[in-house]
Design a protein around this ligand. Sequence first.
Ligand SMILES: C[S@@+](CC[C@H](N)C(=O)[O-])C[C@H]1O[C@@H](n2cnc3c(N)ncnc32)[C@H](O)[C@@H]1O
Length: 307
Amino acid sequence: MQNIPHVPVLYREVLSAFEDIEDGIIIDCTMGYGGHSSMILDANPNIKLIAIDQDQTAIDFSTKRLSKYGDRVTIKKGRFSAVIQDILKEFDISNIKGVLADIGVSSLQLDQKERGFSYESDNLDMRMDKDAPLCASKVVNEYASSELENILLEYGELRNYKKIASEIIKNRPFHSAKELSDTLKPHMPHGKKIHPATLLMQAIRIEVNDELGELKSLLHSLQEAHFPEALVAIISFHSLEDRIVKQTFAKWAKSCICPQEAMRCTCGNDNAIGKIISRKPIMAKDDELKENPRSRSAKMRVFEMDI
Ligand SMILES: C[S@@+](CC[C@H](N)C(=O)[O-])C[C@H]1O[C@@H](n2cnc3c(N)ncnc32)[C@H](O)[C@@H]1O
């Protein structure tokens, strides 16, 4: 048995979201170390699974881990924004019964210092796909002040984003995440339970991997696909991502899309593509929080597509 480097979050809730799927295909857009994938394959013995990841280390690990399921599993490497479009063309849409995305980084990516995701790393990389063109060093050492300010404010929600951006520019070039976080530590918010550099690292990571763009693109492809029936479950770890999911699901569930000021409905009032299953985000229960502290910021939302 391989050593499993990542504990899947909200695993009971994911299984319960997909429990009524008896056959067909489930797509795991963020296979990682295969935790959710293998649980879904065990719990739904007649389904097939297509699993995506852009990280070669995750692909190598999970190819071995999931090999026991034989031809029930197809693994695809790439960004899910691109791969999902190929899958939607390649497979009969009526066979796709579930889509899962557990957005963000895996524990192993965070823990392997050489990947650059940790504030203690001795490089500045943070690419989930080691072949991707944009790395953290480019963002930190080459971005203009206004670009840095934007990502620090939007993705890091750092109130003193202007000061932090100006300190980055004053002190660069930086060669490692450790050097960056040590230099900037005095300017980062203190007093929270997290390390002061966490929000800075998060902002850079979201930019490097275009995490919000990826999520929006995935949701757009799902919306355009016209699924006769499919369950979509998205787990996110950042308030901006959760807001995107919440607003998209609300839009998908809207039957009337006439402008608010319209006196009467002229849109046909049949534009909903399904219904929201979870009005409130689904979050980890106390026992999971104790077992796996990384689950504390996970929020899952589920939508049932049904045209
Ligand atoms: C939180 S982990 C998923 C863990 C997985 N659910 C498990 O149980 O092991 C997220 C994984 O998704 C991958 N990932 C994140 N964004 C991606 C994207 N846009 N395209 C493809 N893979 C992505 C990361 O490389 C990482 O391995």
